[in-house]
Write a protein of this length. Structure first.
Length: 92
């Protein structure tokens, strides 16, 4: 993920998470009536957004993406020892 996109995502999620606590009435109005304890659900979801947003901003900007750690594009691959991988005529 691009570092700028990770920071933007993190800032957005943290901002929305904090807004859950600043304007809880608005977020409680979005919770369906059949769900119990809307205040608790709003607080938990706001806390989760703050945690995930902080993680996105901190970890995704520092860590190298998984495909690049595994070699990624441009890495020379070992030739296959499987004769079927080289030619279908040998396997048929």
């Amino acid at each position: 993920m691009d570092r700028i996109a990770a920071v933007v995502l993190g800032v957005f999620l943290v901002t929305v998470g904090v807004t859950h606590f600043a304007l809880p009435g608005y977020f409680r109005s979005l919770v369906p009536r059949r769900l119990p304890r809307p205040a608790l659900l709003v607080a938990v979801s706001g806390g989760a957004e703050v945690v995930v947003g902080g993680w996105a901003a901190a970890v995704l900007t520092v860590r190298q993406p998984l495909p690049h750690r595994l070699g990624g594009p441009g890495r020379a691959e070992r030739p296959s020892r499987n004769p079927c991988a080289l030619s279908l005529k040998r396997c048929v």
